[in-house]
Design a protein around this ligand. Structure first.
Ligand code: HEC
Length: 102
C-alpha cells in the first residue's frame, strides 16, 4: 500500500516538473516583483499576455527579446525596464512558459 502512494507522488512530481521549474524562474528572476499570473500588478498579468499573443506564431522569440530589452507603450503608461539578469535562453523559456498559460 505504501509503495502505491510513493509511486503516485513520484508520478505527480514528474508530470508537473517542467512548469514548476519555469515558475521558479519567474520568482527567482524578479518578474514576480511586477507580474502575477492571473491578475495585473505593476505589469500586465501573464494570462492576458498569453491571450494577446495566442495567434502570433513568432511571439516566443519576440517576447524573449522584450524581456531582455524592456518594453514600453504596449500595455499602458508604465514601461518595463530591461531584464538583463536573465540569459537569452532563460528569456525564451520564460516567454514560452508565459504563452502556455491559459
Ligand atoms: C519593474 C517592473 C517589471 C519587472 C521586474 C518585470 N516586468 Fe514585465 N512588464 C512590466 C510592465 C510595466 C509591462 C508593460 C510594458 C508595456 O506596456 O510595453 C511588462 C510587460 C511584459 C511582457 C509583455 C511585453 C509585450 O510586448 O507585450 C512580458 C512578456 C513580460 N513583461 C515578462 C516579464 C518577465 C519574464 C520578467 C522577469 C524576467 C518581467 N517581465 C519583469 C513590468 C515589469
Amino acid at each position: 500500500m505504501k509503495s502505491v502512494i510513493v509511486l503516485s507522488i513520484v508520478g505527480l512530481l514528474l508530470s508537473s516538473g517542467a512548469s514548476v521549474a519555469d515558475d521558479e524562474l519567474y520568482k527567482t528572476k524578479n518578474c514576480f516583483a511586477c507580474h502575477r499570473i492571473d491578475k495585473n500588478h505593476l505589469g500586465p498579468s501573464f494570462e492576458s499576455i498569453a491571450a494577446k499573443y495566442a495567434d502570433d506564431k513568432g511571439a516566443d522569440s519576440k517576447l524573449a527579446q522584450k524581456i531582455r530589452g524592456g518594453s514600453a507603450g504596449v500595455w499602458g503608461p508604465t514601461p518595463m525596464p530591461a531584464q538583463t539578469q536573465v540569459t537569452e535562453a532563460e528569456a525564451l523559456t520564460l516567454a514560452r512558459w508565459i504563452l502556455e498559460i491559459k
